[in-house]
Design a protein around this ligand. Structure first.
Ligand code: F6P
Length: 553
C-alpha cells in the first residue's frame, strides 16, 4: 500500500467508537428513547428544499449521529463531493468524471472536464430535445405516411429504461393523456409483443436508448421493432427515418443500425446509465410531460445538488440518509432496506432505486482494489403502501429480521383528473396509514396492553408486536415534476455518501460483464441442433442439452 492510498473505513477512529455505540444501542429501545426525550420527534428532523425528513424513529441517539458525521469527515466525504462537482475523474476504475449534476446545471454555470466546459453541450442537447418534443407534440413531426405520432415506445434496459419508466409513471398525471407511452426492456419477446400488439405502426415512434449501443437486449428489441414497423408500413425501409430516434453516446453504432445520426440525441461518458434519466435518456419522459415540466424537474434536481454541495452534514438530507444506511448496514447488521412510497404513482421507485443503490454500491473492493472488510450496499426492496401492508409488513412487525424502512409521503395529493368525485379523503386515509405504520413499527404493542380485552393468554405472544423497528419518514408537499427531481437527487446523493464512506467506486459496474459474455457463448449452443461437445460445468451442459431437446427444431 502506498502513502496515497485511502485508509479503509473500518480503520478510521470513528469506526470503533460506532462499534461500541452499536453494542449500547442493543440495550435501548425506541420506546425508552422517546420516554427519556419527549421532544426527540421534533428535534431529530431536518428540513430543506421542501423535504421534511423525520429520522427520530431510528435506533440511534444524537451522539451516534455525531460519530457518523465524524466518520464522514474522516472518510473524506467533503473532498469527494467537491471532487465530483469539480469534474474530477472520481470513477477511478473507468477513469471517468461523474457529472450527472451537470445535467441539471443552469445555463449560467460552468463545469470543466478535460479542459472543456460541459454545460453549454448539456443545454444544446436539451434544446434539441425540446425542439423535437415540440415538433412531435404539435404534429409538425409526422410519420412516414403523414400520420401524427401518438404512440411512443421507449426501448432500453437498466438505466436506459428504469429512470424514464419510473419518472413517466410518477408523473403520469402531468403527461399528455392523448398519447400512449410504453417501455420495452426485457429481451423476452413477450415484452415487445405486448407493447406493440394494439399499436398502429403509422402512428408509432420508437425511442431507442443505449448509452453504449452494445447492449444485446436493446439492439435485439430495436431490430425486431424495426421489422415490425417496416412490415406494417408496406415494407418501405425509408419509414425508419421518421419513426426511430436514438439516444446514445455511440454515433457510429447508431449510424450502423440505420438511424440517421441527425435523429440522435447524445450524452457523455461522464453520465452513468443509472444516473441518466435527466439526460437525453429522458426524451420519452419529455415527450410525455412536455418541455416546461421537464425543466421544472431539472430545477428540483439542481436544488438538491446545491443543498448537498453546501449544507453542513448534520443538516444535509442526502448525507443523513447515507449515514443512516451505513449505521444499519455496517454496525447493526441489517442486510436489506425497504423503500415504501405512500403514492401509487411512485410504484416503480423501488425498482429504480435497486439499480441506483445496488449497481452503484454492490462492490467488494475499495478504490485501491483491496477487499473491504465490512458490508457494502444493502438489498433494496419495496412496494407502495398501503399494498405492502397487506402483504409483507407482517414480517416488518413481527419477523426476526432488522429491516430499516424509508416511508415516503406527500402532504397533498396529486390533483385527481377525470374523476367526478372528490377523492381528498383517500389522501387522509393513505397518510394516516403511513404515520400509523411508523408508529406501530417503532413502539409496537406489548402484552400488558392486550390484557383485559378478553384475549386468551395462549394467544397473547402471537399478538405482541415488539416494536423498536426503525423507519425514516420523508415528506414533500405534492408529487410534481419538481418534487420528483428533488426526491431522485436525494437518493442519488445518499448513494454517493455511502460509497464515499465505504471508500468504493460507486460508478462502475464490472460485475455485470461476466454473465453477458457467457450468454453470448451459450446462445449459439442453444440453437445448434447437433450433440456438439459442450465445455461448461455438468449442470450448465445438462440444461443446454435439455433445452435443445425441448425446442422444436
Ligand atoms: O447492466 C449494465 C448496464 O451497463 C447498466 O449500467 C446500464 O444502465 C445498462 O446496462 C444499459 O446500458 P446501455 O444504456 O449502454 O444500453
Amino acid at each position: 500500500m502506498t502513502g496515497s492510498e485511502p485508509i479503509p473505513a473500518s480503520r478510521q477512529p470513528a469506526w470503533s467508537a460506532l462499534v461500541d455505540q452499536a453494542r449500547q444501542a442493543a440495550s435501548t429501545t425506541l420506546t425508552g428513547r422517546f420516554a427519556a426525550d419527549p421532544a426527540r420527534g421534533e428535534r431529530m428532523v431536518a428540513e430543506a428544499c421542501g423535504i421534511y425528513l423525520d429520522y427520530s424513529k431510528n435506533l440511534m441517539g444524537e451522539d451516534t449521529l455525531g460519530l457518523l458525521v465524524a466518520l464522514a469527515n474522516q472518510s473524506g466525504l467533503r473532498q469527494r463531493i467537491d471532487a465530483m462537482f469539480a469534474g474530477e475523474k472520481i470513477n477511478v476504475s473507468e477513469g471517468r468524471a461523474v457529472l450527472h449534476v451537470a445535467l441539471r446545471a443552469p445555463r449560467s454555470a460552468s463545469i470543466v472536464v478535460d479542459g472543456a466546459d460541459v454545460v453549454p453541450e448539456v443545454h444544446s442537447v436539451l434544446d434539441r430535445m425540446a425542439q423535437f418534443t415540440d415538433a412531435v407534440r404539435s404534429g409538425a413531426w409526422r410519420g412516414h405516411t403523414g400520420e401524427p405520432l401518438t404512440n411512443v415506445v421507449n426501448i432500453g434496459i437498466g438505466g436506459s429504461d428504469l429512470g424514464p419508466a419510473m419518472a413517466y409513471e410518477a408523473l403520469k398525471a402531468y403527461s399528455d393523456r392523448g398519447r400512449v407511452f410504453r417501455f420495452v426492456s426485457n429481451v423476452d419477446g413477450a415484452e415487445l409483443t405486448e407493447a406493440t400488439r394494439d399499436l398502429d405502426p403509422a402512428r408509432t415512434l420508437f425511442v431507442v436508448c443505449s448509452k453504449s449501443w452494445h447492449t444485446e437486449e436493446t439492439l435485439t428489441n430495436a431490430n425486431s421493432a424495426r421489422e415490425w414497423l417496416v412490415a406494417g408500413l408496406g415494407g418501405d425501409d425509408r419509414a425508419v427515418a421518421r419513426h426511430f430516434v436514438a439516444v446514445s453516446t455511440n454515433a457510429e453504432g447508431v449510424g450502423a443500425f440505420g438511424i440517421d445520426t441527425a435523429n440522435m440525441f447524445g450524452f457523455w461518458d461522464w453520465v452513468g446509465g443509472r444516473y441518466s434519466y435527466d439526460s437525453a435518456v429522458g426524451l420519452t419522459l419529455m415527450l410525455a410531460i412536455g418541455v416546461d415540466q421537464f425543466d421544472q424537474m431539472l430545477a428540483g434536481l439542481h436544488a438538491i445538488d446545491e443543498h448537498f454541495r453546501t449544507a453542513p452534514f448534520e443538516a444535509n438530507l442526502p448525507v443523513l440518509l447515507g449515514l443512516l444506511s451505513v449505521w444499519y448496514n455496517d454496525f447493526l447488521g441489517a442486510q436489506t432496506q425497504a423503500v415504501l412510497p405512500y403514492s401509487r404513482y411512485l410504484w416503480r421507485l423501488p425498482a429504480y432505486l435497486q439499480q441506483l443503490e445496488m449497481e452503484s454500491n454492490g462492490k467488494r473492493v475499495d478504490l485501491a482494489g483491496r477487499p473491504v472488510d465490512y458490508p457494502t450496499a444493502p438489498i433494496i426492496w419495496g412496494q407502495p403502501g398501503t399494498n405492502g401492508q397487506h402483504a409483507f409488513y407482517q414480517l416488518l412487525h413481527q419477523g426476526t429480521r432488522l429491516v430499516p424502512a424509508d416511508l415516503i409521503g406527500f402532504w397533498n395529493p396529486v390533483e385527481a383528473q377525470g374523476h367526478s368525485h372528490d377523492l381528498d379523503h383517500h389522501h387522509d386515509l393513505l397518510t394516516a396509514n403511513m404515520f400509523a405504520q411508523a408508529e406501530a413499527l417503532a413502539f409496537g404493542r406489548d402484552a400488558s396492553t392486550l390484557s383485559g380485552r378478553g384475549i386468551p393468554n395462549w394467544q397473547v405472544p402471537h399478538r405482541v408486536c415488539p416494536g423498536n423497528r426503525p423507519t425514516t419518514s420523508i415528506l414533500l408537499d405534492r408529487l410534481t415534476p419538481e418534487s420528483l427531481g428533488k426526491l431522485i437527487a436525494l437518493y442519488e446523493h445518499k448513494v454517493f455518501t455511502e460509497g464515499a464512506l465505504w471508500g468504493i467506486d460507486s460508478f462502475d459496474q464490472w460485475g455485470v460483464e461476466l454473465g453477458k459474455i457467457l450468454a453470448d457463448d451459450i446462445e449459439p449452443e442453444l440453437e445448434c441442433p447437433s450433440e456438439d461437445r459442450l465445455g461448461h460445468d455438468s449442470s450448465t451442459n445438462a440444461l443446454i442439452r435439455r433445452y435443445r431437446r425441448a425446442r422444436p427444431q
